[in-house]
Design a protein around this ligand. Structure first.
Ligand code: ARG
Length: 502
């Protein structure tokens, strides 16, 4: 078996790893996207070590200089992560040692372990990605609100059991999604708060004998506070599970819109037509126009659920401390973020360009006895009967009309049948009560489908979205300020200008 080169932790071993072992264990593909965060974490750590007198200012200067160089070399392709060095952390440290010498490069890892280091990278990465997902969700909500503003009066059938239920407006439907996504935003905010805690300084699992200052690295990395308990820090991946749960629900919700897009665009429903730019044809059937984006969104949802289940299963058998199993937390998390962001990248534009067939919606809303509940409600008010009794009368009426293959719009018959139940009502009145648009207007209870309520809710949701936008902004500023502060200190130490790379 072929042997590989000696690794940084190889002191106690008499032989190096086989190529097969390296191939089985390294995490280079997953780690590549962490390098910027790994370097920022190392910079913060090194500055703290110098401030605490654990390394000298001269050492700090050299370490920071080589970390900068590593970042630049990575960007221009001169520093390629090597699987033989196991992961991103060992690659960066090896880069330092190979370039700055063992004596100096070997100092960076004082009072630090890869166990807290990998957590720093994951926390920093998750923070950025949550904000990206939140921005995508807000953009989607903006499109739904545009639809809602335009269509607060546009009547369509509302469904329960996918059967006609009561008329609602297209704007009411659109605001339902906003109401739903606002909860996703709150879940993401809460996941963000859990992720925004500093693991650095927990070291391997027990803290350290060095006089480190965890508050300082917390500040340099823009975290809210240190995550204190070292053993808990090292053992914890629940902050990732929270993110994956929030992302799973985002996907569930995106999948539900997708499902509606799929059947709304069927010939049978015919209430929406996708823009050609978001539609697909068939290789054999020339007439086809398919909603592939919606289908793929629906189809990829399981992969995000899978990521959550993967992590939960990983966690359930792990004893306290670092376990190598943890390395497996990253690829599914990356995939989950990538899928959610890709879906959010397309769906707002797809929806914005969708042509809603409002005439067809109105036709459906007036069909199939969708206003029966309105008639029952009217009878309660006008005839002082109990609702259950009115339900019975209208149910009987519908049954009779169905038997005779008629509808409410066979007004004479509808009137005659009601008369048999001692309900006297003019045709004019019937037309008024059973009209889908008037049904819509009259559902004025809090949160109901009336245009008045829809407009009020639009205002409320806009205010909530503004609040979310400013919360995203505050988080971003906290991240950027911390990063700038780290870079300012690096400039001060190096006495040369330093640009932000991550
Ligand atoms: N690459 C590892 C991970 O992703 C971190 C390294 C910690 N490894 C270790 N053997 N202590 O979890």
């Amino acid at each position: 078996m072929k042997k590989t080169q000696k690794v940084l932790w190889g002191g106690r071993f008499s032989t190096s790893l086989t190529t097969e072992t390296v191939a089985f264990t390294h995490s280079i593909e997953a780690d590549t996207r962490l390098i910027g965060y790994d370097i920022w974490g190392s910079q913060a750590h090194a500055i703290m070590l110098a401030r605490q007198g654990i390394i000298s200012d001269a050492d700090l200067r050299e370490i920071l200089r080589w970390l900068r160089k590593a970042e630049a070399d990575f960007q221009n392709g001169d520093f390629v992560l090597d699987p033989n060095k196991e992961d991103v952390h060992m690659n960066v440290e090896s880069y330092l040692i190979e370039n700055a010498g063992r004596e100096l490069g070997g100092k960076l890892h004082t009072a630090r372990s890869r166990n807290d280091q990998v957590l720093v990278d994951a926390h920093l990465y998750i923070r950025d990605e949550i904000l990206n997902v939140q921005r995508g969700l807000s953009a989607l909500c903006d499109i739904f609100l545009q639809i809602a503003k335009e269509h607060a009066d546009t009547v369509m059938p509302g469904y329960t059991h996918t059967q006609h239920a009561q008329p609602i407006s297209l704007g009411f439907w659109a605001t339902a999604y906003v109401s739903m996504f606002l909860r996703d935003q709150k879940r993401l905010q809460s996941a963000y708060r859990l992720a925004n805690m500093n693991p650095l300084g927990a070291c391997a699992l027990a803290g350290t004998t060095f006089p480190i200052d965890r508050a300082l690295t917390t500040k340099f990395l823009g975290f809210d506070a240190p995550h204190e308990h070292a053993l808990d820090v090292i053992s914890s991946r629940d902050f990732i599970a929270e993110v994956l749960f929030a992302l799973s629900l985002v996907m569930a919700n995106l999948s539900r819109i997708s499902e509606e897009i799929v059947y709304w665009t069927t010939y049978e429903f015919g209430v929406a037509v996708l823009d050609d730019a978001y539609s697909f044809g068939s290789s054999i059937m020339p007439q086809k126009k398919n909603p592939d984006i919606a289908e793929l969104t629906r189809g990829r949802t399981g992969r995000v659920y899978g990521a959550l289940l993967d992590l939960l299963t990983n966690l359930k058998g792990l004893p306290m401390g670092y376990n190598r199993d943890f390395q497996e937390d990253k690829p599914p998390l990356w995939e989950a973020f990538d899928i959610v962001k890709a879906c959010l990248g397309l769906l707002p534009e797809l929806l914005r360009t969708t042509d809603f067939k409002t005439e067809r919606m109105a036709e459906l809303a007036n069909a199939n006895f969708a206003t029966a509940t309105e008639l029952a409600n009217y009878l309660v008010k006008a005839h002082r009967l109990s609702f259950r009794e009115c339900h019975e009368i209208v149910g009987w009426l519908v049954g009779e009309l169905v038997k005779q293959e008629k509808t409410f719009a066979d007004w004479d018959l509808t009137q005659k049948l009601l008369k048999q139940k001692n309900v006297g009502i003019s045709i004019e009145q019937l037309k008024q009560i059973l009209d889908a648009v008037s049904a819509l207007r009259n559902n004025q209870s809090l949160g109901g489908t009336s245009p008045k309520e829809v407009r009020r809710m639009i205002g409320e949701f806009e205010a909530q979205l503004d609040e979310i936008a400013s919360q995203i902004e505050t988080c971003q500023t906290q991240i950027d300020d911390a990063h700038r502060e780290t870079l300012r200190i690096i400039e001060e130490v190096l006495r040369e200008p330093v640009e932000m790379v991550v």
